[in-house]
Ligand binder design. Structure first.
Ligand SMILES: Nc1ncnc2c1ncn2[C@@H]1O[C@H](COP(=O)(O)OP(=O)(O)OP(=O)(O)O)[C@@H](O)[C@H]1O
Length: 607
């Protein structure tokens, strides 16, 4: 078989240097046993998965057959085929009997080994594309259009219990009769149907949407329906489909659920962790399993990606949760005092040691110690730490007695520790000791589904702590957030939302409120990217004399909508009719722009 050159498995932090330039590449996040790794997928070719030494993705787990499955990658997309494996291959929990198309966010199991697919967006294929790929290409175009012109867009995903069950034909017949000319629908795989609806904002009770949802569920009574809207649930086709599919999974049979239902909110003591990305969901499942054991865990990922939260999750779910969780930033330990900070010291051990002090490791007695940035530990401290972990005893600086310690260690690093070992900067034996289980956290730019969710959540929390009214993110702002690379990851997003809550006087955060590094540039910016009104724009960048056309149009649209709303005394249907805008679009934009009637009319809510 002619294989293209598939890449070797990689246990370095996802998206970390030196691959950051390659962050748009496709890969599988593989969860095998107690660790995770990344397998880069070739753009085209065949990838054999199995226990066989010759397999391209060589797995060790006994549940995997020697030749278990095959991935076929072409310019049309990726397909998954089971090769008659003993324990089977599943795609999103369903057995793979025939070749199945793979989409970003799909969860595949080869026996007991789980892999989450991340594929980059492809250009629309030229000839005879697979239906799923063709649909995704359409959805990409629609999402781009929706963002550019501030139009609503809704994606429905219907999940049927199994291939060939009652409902397939009924769903197709209904679509043939009901789908409008601007809409598109089809099967993503054997049991997931996508129906994309431009100009539909997904509001409950919205004209036309409710009846269609009802008709679809009546045609497929065992189906589960998930609904996602652009931009609030995602700014790209992959995120929208992932959101709608996750929502469908949470719906009960014969009912629908909004995308918000597909989000998991983990409460870990006083921390709240939001999880929506399928890879993150799998990683937290792995962390929960690891928590029950005593294995040391090494969490790898870029700065601000959520490594401490992952470490805390291990502690919180472990039998040690009622004992201390001590987080130590190894990079911040004062030079020369690293050992006394970690292991403690006796009075008089060195100049300035006026009292005996218990070290950080000892103070975590019975609990978990989180060694953040463990790659920064100096060699002498590495040696002493290794010994302490092996003999489960520590010796304070200036003392000869050994004291027993009972600890679980979770370490974290943004470095490629394997490379640090190769360069002689990190002890190999300590690396093996700490990395019994290695968990790679993907950077935020590789989990776009989580960006709007986290942004809204952080903004709500920031507003609450400032005691101010809830704020919204405009469609243009969500789009700008979705285009940013987030080098500072979740922390950068959180800081940005704290800043917005503190600094933006209006209740809607618009793109011009964002720092310049996030300002959408060029023609690809959507119409919502109003930017500042000219006066403000001049203040911010005096050299800027021209306003992008899209911005002017949007200014005009906002003005006209406001005037109509005022004139119609807040009655949306009248205001929309006055300026010849479909009511659905009018009310969608109203919300996105945060417009309110400026009349003194008192009475029931507008519309
Ligand atoms: N999924 C999430 N849900 C909610 N908050 C999150 C999530 N992930 C990260 N955060 C928040 O983002 C911030 C950064 O996360 P954290 O400190 O865990 O990152 P880190 O990878 O340990 O960073 P560093 O490398 O700088 O040590 C924290 O305020 C954390 O609570």
């Amino acid at each position: 078989m002619a294989h293209s050159q598939p890449s070797a498995r990689d246990t370095r932090p996802l998206g970390s240097a030196p691959e950051s330039s390659d962050s748009g590449a496709s890969y599988l996040l593989v969860l095998e046993g107690d660790s995770t790794s990344r397998f880069a997928l070739p753009a085209e070719g065949v990838v054999l998965v199995g226990r066989d030494e010759q397999a391209d993705l060589c797995l060790r787990d006994d549940s995997v057959s020697r030749r278990h499955a095959r991935l076929v990658l072409t310019e049309e997309g990726a397909r998954l085929v089971d090769l008659g494996s003993h324990n089977g291959t599943t795609l999103n929990g369903r057995p793979v009997d025939t070749a199945q198309p793979l989409l970003s966010g799909d969860v595949v199991s080869f026996g007991a080994v789980v892999a989450v697919v991340r594929t980059r967006a492809r250009a629309a294929p030229a000839h005879a594309p697979l239906q799923a790929e063709r649909l995704m290409a359409r959805l990409r175009e629609e999402a781009e259009r929706a963002l550019r012109y501030g139009r609503p867009l809704t994606a429905l995903v219907l999940a049927l219990p199994q291939q060939g069950c009652v409902g397939h034909e009924a769903a197709e017949a209904l679509l043939a009769a009901e789908a409008g000319p601007a809409e598109a629908a089809g099967w993503l795989d054997s049991s997931h149907l996508l129906w994309m609806m431009p100009e539909v904002s997904g509001e409950p009770g919205e004209d036309g949407l409710g009846e269609r949802v009802g008709a679809l569920l009546a045609a497929c009574p065992q189906g589960r329906l998930g609904i996602a809207t652009c931009p609030s649930d995602g700014c790209d086709a992959e995120s929208l489909v992932a959101a709608a599919r996750a929502a469908a999974r949470t719906a009960v049979s014969g009912a629908w659920a909004p995308a918000a239902e597909g989000i998991t909110r983990l409460t870990l003591a006083d921390r709240t962790v939001l999880v929506a990305d399928p890879a993150m969901a799998q990683l937290f499942t792995l962390l929960r399993r690891l928590a029950a054991s005593e294995l040391p865990v090494l969490v790898c990922g870029e700065t601000g990606v959520g490594k401490e939260n992952a470490a805390f999750a291990v502690h919180h779910w472990s039998p040690r949760s009622d004992k201390p969780f001590i987080a130590i930033n190894c990079a911040a330990l004062p030079e020369g005092l690293v050992e006394s900070e970690l292991f403690g010291h006796e009075r008089g051990a060195f100049t300035g040691a006026n009292t005996t002090r218990v070290g950080l490791l000892e103070s975590a007695q019975g609990g978990t110690v989180f060694l953040d940035e463990v790659g920064e530990l100096p060699p002498s401290a590495q040696a002493k730490l290794l010994r302490a972990l092996e003999v489960r005893r520590i010796t304070r600086v200036g003392d000869v007695r050994e004291r027993p310690i009972d600890l679980r260690v979770v370490a974290a690093t943004h470095r490629d520790l394997e490379a640090e070992v190769a360069a002689g900067r990190f002890r190999e034996d300590l690396y093996f000791r700490l990395g019994a289980a290695t968990v790679l956290l993907p950077p935020l730019r590789e989990r776009p589904r989580e960006v709007p969710l986290l942004a809204r959540d952080f903004l709500a929390r920031a507003c609450q702590s400032l005691g101010r009214e809830e704020m919204e993110l405009s469609a243009g702002t969500l789009y700008a957030l979705s285009r940013h690379a987030w080098p500072g990851n979740v922390r950068e997003l959180r800081n940005l939302m704290d800043y917005a809550a503190a600094a933006v006087p209006e209740n809607v955060v618009e793109p011009h409120h964002l720092p310049s590094r996030l300002q959408p540039r060029g023609a690809s910016a959507p119409a919502q990217d109003l930017g500042p009104p000219p006066a403000v724009a001049e203040r911010v960048s005096p050299q800027k004399t021209r306003v992008p056309l899209a911005q002017e149009i949007r200014d005009l649209e906002r003005r006209r909508m406001q005037e109509a709303l005022d004139e119609a005394e807040g009655v949306q249907t009248r205001a929309a009719a006055m300026i010849g805008m479909p009511i659905r679009t009018f009310s969608f934009k109203l919300k996105q722009l945060g417009l309110q009637p400026r009349t003194s009319r008192k009475g029931p809510p507008i519309g």
